[in-house]
Design a protein around this ligand. Structure first.
Ligand code: 26Q
Length: 795
């Protein structure tokens, strides 16, 4: 379409005029962004069509990744980079006097997720396409992504996110491929040729309309597809309240995670889940039938991956399609089904394990409920044969019990593969949370340590570092990230280490500018940038971090000559709207910031900055500027973490617990290149089983803790009122479920060690280098290769 920058410029100007009827000087940055986007999408379409054709006429196995979240972020830079036309376009725009970063800012993040699980799905799509694997995503096109966070007087406010307000250039609506999804109604049985059959009657039908997004592989011709479904009213049926029907239909895909504290919200969530899987299965089966014509060997040509339990209804839905629509015998259908699905678990937190009350489930999805009920009956019989008389075990493993549908049990029973997302996480699943299932199905369980796409998180987010690495070891590492290890050759090269330091300084300066612009806080780019960015959750222990900052402040007051390397503590975090405890932590962060940032005795040596509205595009700016990566979850609670990997790859040193993938980061870099503190998972679980931890003892015996906690409630903190009593109580009256006080001393000491290490600049730079050098293992290309070989069996 264009091979050099002059052709590009010409094409761009023409397109702009045609799209907006304006000349270039009259155009806005917004016009320019959309023109460019449109142009690039057209550029992609040749390969997109070709890739689809290739899949349509091949018998290669396809994989479909079903996820309720896809946290894609921005796509312009990624697409340009992957297409290999970033430089041409950037130079062309430059000639026209357009600043690329300014255009980039126009793009709203596609923020259709809330954290690790959704970002993982996005990294996986990038790796699938870049490795030329036939892997596609299916998700929901939420009108509003995760809320936009505003901080008002230290409190989080939530605004509806508006990524579609000006349209989304990367999507293509395919109304001709819409499918109909039934809810409510009744199931009727009837006899046909001596067989009992079922039909769903009086259902309320909504239309699922697909929007396709191209997923461009890095410098390959592969363009895969992410298909996202949007709910629209189906054909009008006489006698119904049209406005109400329209409203209820559109609500299905309006928000990611509707508030589910009430039944109405719960119903909506379940509707979303069924909507996603039912529409996706129709689409998957449609293209399968085009290729093969008969469903009996579906599992040989298709693998369907369910990202956590949210899409697990795909299992009974496939059973329904095979049995009700394609006349399969139950056993035949079950063989196909259980060999088609693979399931990933992302959490062991009991509150995140999905269970649905029958009273909600059955009326909404009557036929699906019947099928789950039948699956449950048969599964319990199987268990009875294996464990005769062991009622307790059968009750614990049943898919339906105590009036609830256990989604994780359905997922395990109906999949041929169950995986955790880091070694320790899989071990905890096998030995504890899912132990009974592991005993019954030992070979289903496997571990796949998460990864991140180095293309977005290093090449795109940190061009200066990318260039430095390439200048040292050539560019092969981009295709083979494990080659980053060659960087260790430079670990005694003072000149190289100094260059590495300069890159980091440049990134820190850029973040410092952003902080000044956004928060009006002046931070010293020579201070240690100590960063914790992630969802706000008690188990992630932002509280431990902030109590430590309060302790440092107190220490300065007591001993104004206390000498320590200056630190800038940076936070970014959204709290789930109904999670009041998490919101209190956000308020506390702001309160401590007010106390510390302008204190004359502290004198600028500690700064606390909260960057609002944390999201993918902000992460891309923050992470390359980090010196220390805070990964301080209570051991055993963080399934894997992926932020930890992004920081490591950008040369930050992890300060963390032996939890999730931190353990594997330690294995990669060795103990001299990471700061580990606190209880390990064994110790935490032992306390949880046997008791023996009394937070009150730590309060009474550690004056630092006593002082800091007392300050939460005694009026010392400016504007605290009684906001922090719940926090105080959680630590003392409720015995500190997350071992914040237990790990406090260890945390203080590891921070001292890290501070001292930072003073030895050469050693520190060497640590950074080693972290980058050993981060190749955490490329999602490695992860996806493992999924492809061990689970999906695709090429
Ligand atoms: C469950 C029930 C009802 C309502 C909501 C949910 C729910 C929603 C989202 C449960 C879990 C999630 C998201 C989980 C998640 O993001 N987990 C993270 O997954 C990452 C990728 O594997 C890991 O690295 C993180 O450790 C894990 O926390």
């Amino acid at each position: 379409m264009f091979s050099d920058k002059n052709e590009f410029k010409q094409g761009f100007l023409q397109k702009l005029e045609r799209m907006y009827g304006k000349t270039f000087p009259e155009s806005t940055v917004q016009d320019q962004y959309f023109t460019l986007g449109q142009m690039i999408r057209e550029y992609i379409s040749t390969n997109w069509i070709q890739t689809n054709e290739q899949y349509r006429f091949s018998d290669s196995k396809q994989v479909y990744y079903l996820s309720i979240e896809f946290l894609l972020g921005r796509l312009l830079r990624q697409n340009l980079m992957n297409l290999g036309i970033y430089d041409v376009v950037q130079e062309g725009l430059n000639d026209l006097g357009i600043d690329f970063p300014e255009i980039e800012e126009v793009e709203h993040d596609a923020g259709l997720g809330n954290g690790g699980l959704g970002r993982l799905a996005a990294c996986f799509l990038d790796s699938l396409a870049s490795l030329n694997l036939p892997g596609h995503g299916y998700g929901i096109r939420y009108k509003h992504g995760l809320f936009e966070q505003k901080i008002v007087n230290g409190f989080q406010m939530e605004l509806p996110e508006q990524w579609l307000r000006h349209g989304h250039v990367w999507e293509v609506k395919k109304p001709d491929l819409a499918v109909e999804i039934p809810f409510w109604g009744k199931v009727e049985s009837y006899m046909e040729e001596g067989k009992m059959k079922f039909r769903h009657i009086h259902a309320e039908v909504v239309s699922a309309v697909p929007y396709d997004m191209p997923i461009v592989g890095y410098k390959t011709s592969t363009v895969n597809t992410l298909r996202m479904w949007s709910a629209e009213p189906a054909a009008y049926k006489a006698g119904r309240d049209l406005m109400k029907y329209k409203r209820e239909t559109e609500a299905i895909t309006e928000f990611l995670y509707p508030d589910d504290t009430h039944d109405e919200g719960k119903i909506l969530r379940l509707k979303q889940q069924y909507f996603l899987v039912s529409a996706s299965l129709r689409s998957i089966i449609g293209s399968y039938l085009y290729r093969f014509g008969d469903l009996h060997e579906l599992h040989k040509h298709v693998a369907i991956h369910i990202n956590d339990t949210h899409p697990v209804l795909a299992i009974p839905e496939l059973m329904r399609i095979l049995v009700d629509e394609y006349e399969f015998e139950w056993e035949q259908a079950w063989t196909v089904t259980k060999n088609t699905f693979a399931y990933t678990n992302h959490t062991t937190l009991s509150e995140a394990l999905e269970k649905w009350p029958i009273r909600i489930f059955q009326p909404l999805l009557p036929r699906i409920y019947m099928i789950i009920d039948e699956l449950n009956e048969r599964f319990c019989k199987e268990l009875w044969n294996e464990y005769p008389g062991d009622w307790k075990r059968i009750e614990e493993m049943a898919i339906i019990s105590h009036g609830q549908v256990k989604m994780a049990h359905l997922a395990i029973v109906g999949s041929y593969s169950v995986n955790g997302v880091a070694k320790i996480h899989t071990e905890i699943l096998k030995q504890r949370e899912m132990n009974l299932f592991y005993q019954y199905y030992p070979t289903k369980f496997n571990s796949k340590t998460n990864g991140i796409t180095h293309r977005r998180w290093l090449l795109n987010a940190n061009p200066a570092l990318t260039e430095l690495i390439t200048s040292a070891i050539g560019k092969e590492w981009v295709h083979t990230p494990s080659n980053l290890q060659q960087l260790t050759k430079f670990s005694d090269d003072a000149a190289f280490l100094e260059k590495l330091y300069e890159v980091k300084q440049k990134n820190k300066q850029r973040l410092a500018d952003r902080i000044f612009k956004q928060n009006g806080i002046k931070v010293d780019p020579h201070s240690i940038f100590d960063i914790q960015v992630k969802r706000l959750h008690a188990y992630k222990r932002q509280l431990l971090n902030v109590l430590h900052i309060l302790y440092l402040y107190n220490r300065c007051q007591e001993d104004p000559n206390y000498d320590f390397p200056p630190r800038t503590f940076i936070f970014g975090a959204k709290a789930s709207p109904g999670y009041f405890y998490a919101k209190k932590i956000i308020k506390l962060l702001h309160t401590i910031a007010d106390l510390v940032n302008n204190d004359p005795i502290v004198n600028g040596r500690i700064k606390l900055v909260f960057l609002e509205n944390y999201r993918v595009s902000l992460a891309e700016e923050i992470i390359p500027a980090a010196d220390i990566s805070e990964q301080i979850s209570t051991a055993s609670k963080e399934a894997s973490g992926t932020g930890n990997m992004k920081f490591m790859m950008n040369g930050a040193v992890t300060l963390g617990t032996l939890d999730g993938a931190n353990i594997e980061i330690l294995e990669q870099v060795g103990p001299e290149n990471i700061f580990i503190f606190g209880l390990n998972a064994q110790e935490v679980m032992k306390y949880q089983q046997n008791g023996g931890y009394y937070s009150m003892e730590y309060f009474h015996h550690d004056t630092r803790i006593k002082k800091a906690l007392t300050q939460l409630i005694d009026g010392t903190l400016p504007g605290a009122d009684d906001h922090f009593e719940t926090i105080y109580d959680s630590l003392l009256a409720e015995n500190d479920q997350f071992f914040v006080l237990r790990d406090f001393d260890s945390y203080v000491r590891i921070h001292e060690a890290a501070g001292n290490a930072y003073k030895r600049r050469d050693d520190w730079n060497q640590m950074c280098l080693n972290n980058i050098a050993y981060s190749g293992y955490f490329s999602s290309d490695r992860t996806i290769t493992e999924y492809a070989e061990d689970i999906w069996k695709i090429k």
